[in-house]
Ligand binder design. Structure first.
Ligand SMILES: Nc1ncnc2c1ncn2[C@@H]1O[C@H](COP(=O)(O)OP(=O)(O)OP(=O)(O)O)[C@@H](O)[C@H]1O
Length: 374
């Protein structure tokens, strides 16, 4: 085993042969994940001296249950070949274990086989590489996986009104983005283009979403763990495992007085990002990094014209949307946030997955997990 030290406090260990558990969702993306794996990745792993066990998931939550019970000592990494939804299962399965603290240190790996592939696109972007086609992205991520260099990864704890707590590696969305993500499921057969189609459909009849948004900016001295008395904090009642959400008050109490409460209550979208990409061709938070400890909160206030909104989404392809000087777009870096929608029905997504609709709050936990990245 050789230890390599990188500036930026990343300590990586590369040993061979590596043993990977690869979980593959055969229905992800256009439904070609298995063929793509056989055609593009299998040989690469063999050449790199990486042994693997491939498990084809049979149903939703199969991967979650599997990693919750698995003997993790057998594996050098847990890898998903799918979209972001399967990694969401793996992360939450690990965080549901009694030994979560150790389990979540198991390096994770990503091979894009879904339609969004946001984390894969983010990893590719952090490597300084240009945007590529879906198949090229798979090959790029295959190489990154074969190199086996491990970085740290932030996770965000997301608390729902049902007292459920989820761990998220990518995003929390409400409004336009969440609606497009879920409503475009029916265009799955067109692959990554489903988001473009969904965006155009929703642009034809944009909605206004009413609610209350509050957040703790990174500059606030109280966002530092050392300044918060964690014995006074109130973790959500069902958070049996996982770190304490020391910045959050219970959802049935007001947010701490030093938080910023947004005056506007009419939004077109609210999206909290902790990686750069929202989908393969959506560079929504260009400044985000794997373990910067920051939630990049972007919201668009109601009143924006349809044309400006279209321009915004077009500019997002290369991350230019934050430089358009659009007065309706707000971008803040935060440690925690709370969102309380007023409408009784709606869509909220966490890492692109539909979650219970209602009040929701979140806090980022820096470097909680580990990820094989370039
Ligand atoms: N065998 C399976 N049958 C049905 N659903 C599955 C199966 N395996 C996983 N799932 C679920 O399918 C959903 C979508 O999976 P995934 O994210 O991997 O693909 P995708 O939606 O195409 O990609 P993306 O999230 O990038 O858009 C997830 O909720 C996942 O839990």
């Amino acid at each position: 085993m050789s230890a390599i030290h990188f500036p930026g406090a990343i300590q990586v260990e590369v040993k061979r042969p590596l043993m990977f558990l690869i979980l593959l969702n055969p229905h992800s993306g256009k439904g070609h994940a298995h063929a793509l794996f056989n055609g593009n990745v299998q040989g690469m792993l063999q050449d790199a001296g990486i042994q693997h066990t491939l498990i084809i998931t049979e149903r939703q939550n199969h991967a979650r249950e599997l990693v919750r019970e698995a003997d993790l000592s057998q594996w050098d990494a847990l890898v998903i070949m799918s979209g972001d939804g399967l990694l969401f299962e793996v992360v939450n399965g690990l965080m549901e274990r009694e030994d979560w603290e150790e389990a979540i240190q198991t390096p994770l790996g990503v091979l894009p086989g879904g339609s969004g592939n946001a984390l894969a696109a983010s990893i590719h972007h952090y490597s300084g590489l240009q945007a590529v086609s879906s198949e090229e992205l798979l090959i790029s991520c295959g190489f990154i996986l074969c190199k086996g260099l491990v970085s740290q990864l932030d996770l965000t704890s997301v608390c729902l009104a049902s007292s459920q707590r989820l761990f998220s590696f990518l995003s929390l969305a409400w409004g336009f983005v969440a609606d497009v993500d879920i409503e475009s499921e029916k265009y799955r057969h067109v692959g990554a283009a489903r988001f473009t189609v969904g965006t155009m459909v929703r642009l034809a009849s944009p909605r206004v979403y009413r609610g209350k948004l509050a957040y703790l900016p990174i500059e606030d001295p109280m966002s530092q763990p050392s300044l918060v008395d964690s014995t006074q904090s109130n973790p959500s009642p069902l958070s049996v495992f996982g770190p304490t959400d020391f910045l959050l008050n219970p959802l049935n109490q007001p947010v701490p007085g030093h938080w910023t409460v947004v005056q506007d209550e009419d939004f077109v979208l609210v999206v909290a990002m902790y990686q750069s990409h929202l989908a393969k061709d959506m560079l929504a938070a260009p400044a985000s990094r794997l373990d910067d400890g920051i939630i990049h909160l972007i919201y668009v206030k109601a009143g924006i014209s349809r044309r400006s909104l279209l321009r915004l989404f077009l500019a997002m392809e290369n991350g230019g949307h934050l430089n358009t000087n659009c007065p309706h777009v707000v971008y803040v870096k935060v440690k925690a946030l709370r969102l309380e929608p007023y409408s009784p029905k709606g869509i909220i997504t966490v890492d692109g997955e539909l979650v219970d609709y209602g009040p929701v709050q979140a806090q980022i936990h820096g470097s909680l997990a580990r990820l094989i990245a370039g």
